[in-house]
Design a protein around this ligand. Sequence first.
Ligand code: TYD
Length: 207
Amino acid sequence: MKKGYFITFEGGDGAGKSTQINILKDELTAAGYDVILTREPGGTQISEKIREIILDPANGEMDDMTEAFLYAAARAQIVSELIKPALGEGKVVICDRFVDSSIAYQGFGRGLGDAIGVINTYAVDGCMPDVTILLRLDPEKGSSRIADREHDRIEQASDAFHRKVYEGYLKLEELYPDRIVGIDASGTINEIAEEISIRVKEMMNRG
Ligand code: TYD
């Protein structure tokens, strides 16, 4: 039986996930929780190797379905090797991206639709987040925030692609209001952190 608590963060590129994840981790650790921080694609040795293949800008010829299966493969590994065991030990797991990223990027962005939900049913194997924080930021603002860093293969995709991803996230928020908490990510770091803290505590107390 699962005893821990599973939190995921989602949002477009440049929405500020990493900053907020670290703030929440520190807060929950200070409150006495045993917190594990991980990320997707990655988090285990095998998944990090898969990540390198997926994000390598040299792999421009990668088929969209190959991409979707690689994300799902990396996910199957992190779920079985890291997330399920940690939750079983009563830990709080915070994961930077999870299955909603595949629905938004591969399902909506690449246009692969329902196939993504189907293949990910096997990858996730019943282990869904208790709460998902969706940092909502207009994709144009997101891409201007990351303009001066080196872009991976996904970040290099067109503005139209990132717009579809954003719309996909909004759709997911509408479909799963009990799990997905949308937060306006255009404010200051402190304002966003405060709202995340309030909403996560609410969700954790809900049990
Ligand atoms: P990430 O390391 O979170 O990048 P960033 O820090 O820029 O948000 O994720 C790498 C990229 O992979 C990111 O552009 C989103 C994409 N991605 C998918 O397309 N599908 C997925 O299932 C996941 C987990 C990520």
